[in-house]
Design a protein around this ligand. Structure first.
Ligand code: PXG
Ligand code: PLP
Length: 451
């Protein structure tokens, strides 16, 4: 109780009360010691901006954490959540139901790639990734192919932080601390570095990297491999754009060997690339596709897994009588999340935000590539409304330069995201041309002024 803030001291406007105790909240993916020594907080948000407790505006260059694709504080979503909370706060979806998740699932099928029309709900991208992996295992087992238990990820892949996602993930730092992982996982090489730095858009054609899957097939035997999971564009590891032909080749090989292909679209879905999904954008359809983040515009935690009819029907129709897929979360299809999801899809559709993203992507490309030649910048890459700006690491302190840029940008009124020495920009899709210029101007000024 000692850390509770007494109600009368709480500032409902989100202001930072001097009584706010920061010690109890063990913050995720945070340098807790550094943050608590020098906290940076948000108090509210609207449209393209956050407001800090001391009233400073911060331009959102990252759609929160890649999730607020329609911008902050959208009335339609706020009202949908309020109304739903007052009508039905919670109802189970285990052997019972309520309308909202059925409605949202139907709405989602309309924008998922053709054939991916069975939707399982989760509460996050991590849960979506682990659900997708379990679906793949259940699919093979239902077909009598239960020896297919290996899961193939990719170096520098990020699939959240649950044990399955950690295991197939390929960011060394996220894995090394947790030795006990899922058995039978292997990794493809990442796709980065096969193109010259400062390549605009897609990277130069390369199918050899996908052909590595053939090597893994000959190593382990196709009859032991359940699925390959990849991000069509890797986000967390620093915006890695795929080479031309790569995804098509992976699709070819997985199909040939009866291996399921999972696209983790937690970042790429809902307009980030200028289409509803990366699958649509690239014209490559996986067997299973995971989403989260933009599904509710970030307003209520929710993820989803879209499965092909074949995956769904195999598990559901070939299982013995009873529950077919022994998996789910208390909050799968939560009423508030589903209501927020429906409202978010309404906004995306009515405002044509996926098309807007596509229409802006040329200008975006030009704007971010104008930072070529700035101090420390060794690569710039882009696709849709995403950019990665890679800085040369300080020899003695990898990551420190980008982290300093992050702090300086925040203090200067711009939110960016950094991973290692790579800066990622991914603003809400409502971003205006002038705000793109503002991002580039502010970031450029910071880069010119750091060592
Ligand atoms: N898969 C992918 C491809 C992701 O990008 C997850 C799964 C996990 O989602 P949850 O909702 O469990 O966090 C993600 C999440 C960053 C950053 O700055 C990226 C994510 C999360 C937080 C920060 O790169 N991606
Ligand atoms: N742990 C315990 C003890 C539980 O009872 C439950 C759910 O009933 C869980 C974990 C899983 O929680 P969730 O369904 O919210 O993922």
């Amino acid at each position: 109780m000692s850390t509770d803030v007494a109600p009368q001291q709480r500032q409902d406007d989100g202001g930072l009360s001097p009584d706010l105790d920061l010690s109890a909240f063990w913050m995720p993916f945070t340098n807790n010691r550094a943050f608590k020594a020098e906290p940076r907080l948000f108090a509210s948000a609207d449209g393209m901006h956050y407001l800090t407790p001391d009233g400073r505006k911060v331009l959102d260059g990252t759609a929160g954490l890649w999730c607020v694709n329609a911008g902050h504080g959208r009335t339609r979503i706020v009202e949908a959540i309020q109304k739903q909370a007052a009508t039905l706060d919670f109802a189970p979806t285990f052997q019972l139901g309520h309308p909202r998740p059925f409605e949202l699932a139907t709405r989602l099928t309309a924008i998922m790639p053709e054939g991916l029309d069975r939707i399982f709900f989760t509460n996050s991208g991590s849960e979506s990734a682990d659900t997708a992996l379990k679906m793949a295992l259940a699919y093979h087992r239902a077909r009598g192919d239960g020896s297919r238990v290996r899961l193939i990820g990719r170096q520098r892949g990020y699939h959240g932080t649950n044990l399955g996602g950690t295991s197939v993930g390929g960011i060394g730092g996220n894995r090394r601390g947790f030795a006990a992982q899922v058995w039978g996982v292997d990794h493809l090489s990442h796709t980065h570095g096969s193109a010259a730095p400062f390549t605009k858009g897609m990277q130069a054609a390369n199918t050899d990297l996908a052909d590595e899957l053939e090597t893994l097939v000959s190593l382990h035997g196709a009859d032991t491999i359940a699925a390959v999971i990849i991000e069509p564009v890797a986000g967390s590891a620093g915006v890695l754009i795929p080479p031309r032909g790569y995804l098509e080749r992976l699709r070819e090989i997985t199909s040939r060997y009866g291996i399921l292909l999972i696209f983790d679209e937690v970042i790429t879905a809902f307009g980030r690339l200028g289409a509803a999904t990366a699958a649509e954008y690239f014209g490559v359809t996986p067997d299973i596709l995971t989403v989260a983040k933009g599904l509710t515009n970030g307003a209520v935690p929710m993820g989803a897994v879209a499965a092909s009819r074949a995956v769904h029907d195999t598990i559901v129709n070939l299982s013995p009588p009873g529950i077919e897929f022994l998996h789910g979360y208390t909050y799968s299809g939560h009423p508030l999340a589903a209501a927020a999801g429906i409202a978010a899809l309404d906004i995306y559709e009515e405002e044509g935000l996926f098309e807007r993203s596509a229409a802006l992507s040329g200008l975006w490309e030009q704007a971010v590539h104008a930072m070529i030649g700035l101090p420390h910048v060794i690569d710039i890459r882009n696709l849709g409304i995403v950019a990665g700006i890679e800085l040369a690491p300080r020899p003695d302190a990898p990551g420190a330069r980008a982290m300093e840029a992050f702090h300086r940008c925040f203090d200067d009124g711009l939110l960016i995201r950094v991973t290692g020495d790579i800066i990622a920009l991914s603003p809400p899709l409502i971003v205006e041309e002038a705000q793109i210029d503002e991002m580039v101007t502010r970031l450029s000024a910071v880069l010119e002024n750091i060592k």
